[in-house]
Design a protein around this ligand. Structure first.
Ligand code: GLN
Length: 392
């Protein structure tokens, strides 16, 4: 059927399964411990499960409004006002089927053929293909480990008269680093000076361990009218399979986001929307308790890895720790290590080079997800330690 093959869009013809899906698949096939794809393997917050069960029984299971339940859009605004002192109007907010849909909708709404889009590397692997499918041209600005600092001068050199959009993931997956106030101010200055729109993927905004309140790029001078802020209940509550996310933008940008969403998925499961609305309004103590659990898992994995001789990179956020293989005395690139570790050690990880599209890319860093029960983390460390001993 070569004729039919020719009909497949070249972008998709060249794409492989995502590294996350592939590593989870390998973990399932081999029975390995899965520290690859990011999801908690710990009990979900009971009040949200109850709220969802109640909503399934007592609330509507039919189409909600396309932009999302008004109660959820209000709860999202209340949450940002409370936790980030950010003032948003529910009319600016569109609920999506996860942040990945919000990213797609934002790119479709804001990128036209020929537009250049700044993508920092490493980046979530959905960004570049989505930009290309919208006809845009990704322009890479690499961030270097271990700090993954934003190189503002290099960024300014990468901006041309065709640059329209900058995509920022802060806190940054896979690094687990957070942009400083000065970096955010610098990014805002460049967006304003060059008339760029910022698509801010802030799904990790509430998974921070540095005791610093998250600050959105949207909150910086000149940015409220030129930013899209993307968030995710999956990350805030550790319920990744619910796929409830959202995006907010002012004025015509907010309207365009809603229009893009209406013909992607139109709407997301209303019982889950009800439950997330309840969850966002719950006392901060619930979120604090959940984060305390993640923080202790993070310390446990870090301590275990370090005492087994692994060099763990500095990290302030996300569910991930990164290990530098070269500094750990392991002479293997990250892709080889990840392939071998899942099969030979029985531990799935994510090779960070898979999240860089262009060179220079670091090839000695792997990412490990720590939101797992203690016994699972301990067993993973023991397996990785034995693997390291056998390979050095
Ligand atoms: N954000 C998740 C991670 O970094 C992956 C999401 C997905 O697999 N679609 O692990």
């Amino acid at each position: 059927m070569p004729g039919l093959m020719m009909r497949i869009n070249l972008i998709y013809a060249a794409l492989e399964r995502t590294v996350f899906d592939r590593m989870s698949g390998l973990a399932r096939e081999t029975g390995a411990i899965n520290l690859g794809q990011g999801y908690p393997d710990t009990p979900p917050p009971e009040p949200l499960i109850e709220a969802a069960a109640r909503a399934l029984r007592d609330r509507s299971n039919q189409y909600p409004p396309g932009a999302g339940l008004p109660q959820l859009r209000e709860a999202i605004c209340g949450y940002y006002a409370r936790r980030q002192e950010l003032s948003l109007d529910p009319d600016q907010v569109t609920v999506t089927s996860g942040a990945t849909e919000a990213i797609a909708a934002a790119v479709l709404a804001l990128v036209s053929p020929g537009d250049e889009v700044i993508l920092f590397q490493p980046a979530y692997d959905a960004y570049a293909p989505m930009v290309r499918r919208a006809g845009g041209v990704p322009v890479s600005v690499p961030l270097a480990p271990p700090e993954f600092a934003y190189p503002l001068e290099m960024l300014e050199r990468a901006i041309t008269s065709r640059t329209r959009v900058l995509m920022l993931n802060d806190p940054l997956n896979p690094a687990g680093t957070v942009a400083s106030e000065a970096e955010l101010a610098g990014l805002a200055r460049l967006c304003v000076a060059h008339d760029l729109v910022a698509i801010c993927d802030e799904v990790w905004e509430d998974v921070r361990f540095d005791r610093i309140a998250h600050r959105s790029l949207m909150a910086f001078p000149g940015m409220s009218a030129r930013s899209v802020k993307i968030g995710s209940a999956g990350k805030i509550f550790g319920l990744t399979g619910w796929k409830i996310g959202w995006m907010a933008g002012a004025g015509a940008i907010g309207t365009a986001l809603a229009r893009a969403h209406q013909f992607l998925t139109f709407a997301s499961a209303p019982p889950l929307q009800w439950a997330v609305a309840e969850g966002l309004a719950m006392p901060d103590a619930m979120l604090d308790a959940q984060r305390a659990g993640w923080a202790s898992a993070r310390s446990r994995l870090q301590a275990g890895l370090e005492s087994a001789g692994f060099a763990v990179l500095p990290n302030a956020a996300t569910w991930f720790l990164c290990v530098d293989l070269a500094q750990s005395g392991i002479a293997m690139d990250d892709a080889t290590f990840a392939e071998r570790a899942v099969r030979e050690a029985g531990v799935a990880t994510i090779p960070v080079s898979a999240l860089y599209e262009t060179s220079p890319r670091p090839t000695s860093i792997v990412r490990l997800c720590f939101t797992k029960p203690d016994a699972v983390l301990d067993e993973a460390v023991a397996r990785l330690a034995a693997f390291r001993a056998g390979s050095t």
